[in-house]
Design a protein around this ligand. Structure first.
Ligand code: DAH
Length: 340
């Protein structure tokens, strides 16, 4: 009798392993486990005829066989379900189709430009300092030698807040802040947003970016400024670019100079980009005015320094041949992606 059970178990396991459809599996389940006429119930009915001593052992064997068969049928069902799911997926999705590459971001072109300038000055020992965009009239104007009635305030007209403070029109407001809060020598870069009441067009914006540079110590002279400016232009635009200093006027420097870099489009011969001059304007610079040093508590007899102010947007426009400042702030991915 036990041999028959072993044979039944082996036969059912073998068939279950080969079954591929639910219907076949259900048929096998009824055939073997069905209450009436199932192979196992038939085997159970043999129990009655056995001598009492063998009944218990036989009953145990029947139960074991039943558990083994049920486990085999469950495993077969799981296998069939898995194939069904894969079939469904294959019908719905083409799993061999290449996936969507996730979009990754990149640094904004203005940030890349700033980082380049910062790299140059960091390697020469300059520190980066950040200051408030909402500034007092004192640091924006008075401290840099622009008194209340001075006409120079007009070309830097900015937005005033009800409490009398203003949105800084230039990063030069960081000069006296930096000088006051640090002992000499001072070698800093102060980048950030600045604001003017300018109407928006291709080359003007009510908000743009500047980088202020300031170096104050004993014995700093105009030659240092020229050296830094020329090196910076070569770093930003290429080794073949020349610089020139054009006399200019700023309230906070004396003497003052406008720094130009030779035009990269025509190599200085004169073209549309440089309006025929062969030169492109980079920014303002000069030797720190004695009044600025005094406002910072420095003795102009002992200390001197240079300062410059660069337009970050302008440098980026020159380097990448961008013709409209508005593209920096419109956040059109088609524009930004070119630099990512
Ligand atoms: N603050 C000036 C402006 O916004 C730029 C400037 C000129 C900054 C000369 C300086 C400087 O530090 O020395 O137009």
């Amino acid at each position: 009798m036990s041999d028959q059970l072993a044979e039944l178990e082996a036969a059912v396991l073998e068939r279950a392993a080969k079954i591929t459809t639910r219907a076949d599996l259900e048929m096998l389940r009824t055939e073997v486990l069905g209450r009436k006429g199932g192979a196992l119930s038939r085997a159970m009915s043999g129990l009655a005829k056995l001598p009492p001593a063998e009944k218990a052992e036989y009953g145990r064997r029947v139960n074991e066989t039943k558990r083994a068969i049920e486990a085999a049928l469950d495993a077969a069902l799981a296998r069939i379900e898995k194939t069904e799911i894969q079939g469904d997926l294959a019908r719905t999705y083409d799993t061999t189709f290449p996936g969507n590459t996730p979009r990754s971001g990149g640094l904004h072109v203005l940030r890349q430009t700033l980082d380049d300038v910062v790299d140059f000055f960091r390697s020469r020992g300059f520190a980066v300092v950040l200051g408030p965009e909402v500034e007092t009239e004192y640091y924006a104007f008075e401290a840099v030698n622009i008194p209340a009635d001075h006409p120079a305030r007009d070309n830097m007209d900015t937005f005033y807040l009800p409490n009398g403070s203003l949105l800084r029109p230039h990063t030069s407001s960081m000069q006296v802040r930096a000088l006051k809060s640090n002992p000499p020598p001072i070698a800093i870069l102060a980048p950030g947003r600045v604001y003017r009441r300018d109407a928006l067009d291709a080359s003007h914006s009510f908000m743009f970016h500047q980088i202020e540079g300031l170096h104050v110590d004993r014995g700093v002279n105009f030659g240092h400024l020229k050296g830094f400016a020329a090196d910076l232009c070569r770093h930003l635009f290429g080794a073949d670019r020349r610089t020139r200093f054009r006399p200019s006027y700023f309230q906070f420097t004396e003497p003052s100079a406008e720094v130009d870099v030779s035009c990269g489009v025509c190599a200085g011969r004169g073209c549309q980009t440089c309006k025929g001059t062969g030169w492109l304007e980079m920014g303002g610079s000069g030797m720190v005015h004695p009044n600025v040093l005094r406002a910072s508590g420095y003795d102009p007899e002992g200390f001197s320094g240079w300062a410059f102010g660069l337009g970050t947007d302008r440098i980026a426009m020159l380097r990448h041949d961008i013709h409209d400042i508005r593209t920096f702030f419109e956040n059109d991915p088609r524009f930004l992606e070119q630099f990512a």
